[in-house]
Design a protein around this ligand. Structure first.
Ligand code: SF4
Length: 395
């Protein structure tokens, strides 16, 4: 499947490019108390190991802002400060971090936003303008009656235009709603009226399982339409899970090729090896590999090896032994008790060989060519079927 990505401007968050032809990046947010420097650094380390490319921390008070230098010094990926209500915390954070996230709707008087703009401009770092269904401006709630996708899109566009009016364009935008339809519609509306890069996400998506499903549907739809330049999967779970789900979404859409892709059969009455345990163990033990590799775990040889043709390497159960195969071809039979260790060694070896060949890099598979704004369809479900407000973006 070829996805034509929406043409967006490119910004730079620390060492990571967002928008334009940059790969869709995966980010997460620490769930630790930022004031607890040791715990936050430990979680950052785990996120970095999982491949997280940008990390955000909450800065709810001055003590948290004061913790930022130590946190920043201990990390290798870009750091974003998440600020609500108090623009002074943004001013403090700007000195340290690679990007500041504010919601202009809850910062208060416009002069406060302007002070933040001046500060980020002086440091040359971008801003994430994050509008949220839970904190929309009063006049938009009065106009639309509820935090509708149109209200979210209008809020974001108004913020963008106000920032442009003071000469500021170094920003990315997010429009978060916890309802999948509303989030999709809000991003869709904005994406067709602005070319700023989008941070996409379904906010408060839920627990590890429900949140992963909601995010996969919402973000999967947007990404398949070419919308989205960086993403966060919001889960009520260990943030490392957010990173894993984020990459799985991108891998499923072939927007990123990174790390091990475990292909496991669902098992049936023919199963001869413990597929479920082995597949889970493989994901855990091979999580450090960045080289893209498809690894199959198939319960039997009936369809197994044939089904595993697409895999770079794999195992299938057969007559009390394990069968190791590469690209659908039998390599050798392995005693059951040696099966996992053998597969892990073989995968590690294959990853090294691929890296040596230079094919170990994470690859962005996306082109900006051909992204045309879609016309709303009268039969389109949810709010897009209704009249779309003409937002004042044509300037
Ligand atoms: S590979 Fe074998 S065990 Fe797995 S689902 Fe297919 S037939 Fe069943």
């Amino acid at each position: 499947m070829h996805i034509s990505r929406r043409k967006t401007r490119q910004i730079t968050v620390g060492t990571v490019k967002v928008g334009g032809d940059a790969p869709v990046s995966v980010q997460s947010m620490c769930s630790t108390d930022t004031r607890d420097v040791a715990a936050t650094i430990e979680q950052i380390r785990q996120l970095e190991t999982a491949g997280c490319e940008i990390i955000r921390v909450a800065v709810p008070d001055e003590e948290a802002a004061k913790a930022l230098p130590k946190i920043k010094a201990a990390m290798t990926v870009p750091l974003i400060a998440d600020i609500h209500f108090d623009h002074r915390l943004a001013l403090q954070s700007v000195e340290i971090v690679d990007c500041v996230r504010i919601n202009p709707g809850n910062i208060g008087a416009w002069w406060k936003v302007e002070e933040v703009i001046k500060a980020v401009n002086e440091r040359g770092i971008p801003l994430r303008v994050g509008v949220n269904g839970g904190s929309l401006e009063r006049h938009l709630l009065d106009k639309y009656g509820w935090p509708s996708p149109e209200a979210l899109a209008e809020s974001a566009l108004n913020a963008v235009h106000s920032l442009e009016d003071v000469g500021f364009t170094n920003m990315k935008v997010s429009l978060k709603a916890s309802d999948v339809h509303h989030a999709i519609d809000a991003y869709w509306l904005f994406a067709h009226q602005s070319d700023y890069p989008l941070h996409i996400g379904i906010t408060e998506a839920g627990t590890a399982m429900t949140g992963a499903v909601k995010s996969s549907i919402g973000l999967g739809y947007l990404l398949s339409q070419g919308i989205g330049d960086t993403l966060r999967v919001s889960l009520a779970a260990d943030p490392v899970e957010e990173v894993k789900v984020g990459f799985e979404i991108l891998k499923s859409l072939e927007l990123r090729h990174r790390g091990i892709n475990v292909i496991a059969c669902p098992t049936c009455g023919r199963v001869e090896i413990d597929v479920v345990r082995m597949a889970n163990e493989l994901e855990k033990k091979l999580g450090h590999i960045k080289t893209p590799l498809n690894v199959s775990v198939l319960g039997c040889v009936v369809n197994g090896i044939g089904e595993g043709k697409e895999a770079d390497i794999g195992i299938a159960g057969g007559e009390g032994k394990g069968i190791l195969f590469k690209k659908g071809k039998l390599v050798r039979k392995v005693p059951m008790e040696e099966l996992m260790d053998t597969l892990i060694q073989e995968v590690e070896q294959l990853a090294k060989e691929k890296e040596a060949e230079g094919s170990g890099e994470a690859i962005a598979h996306a082109s900006e060519e051909g992204w045309e704004p879609l016309e709303p369809q009268s039969d389109q479900p949810s709010t897009l079927g209704k009249e779309i407000p003409v937002l004042s973006n044509k300037r």
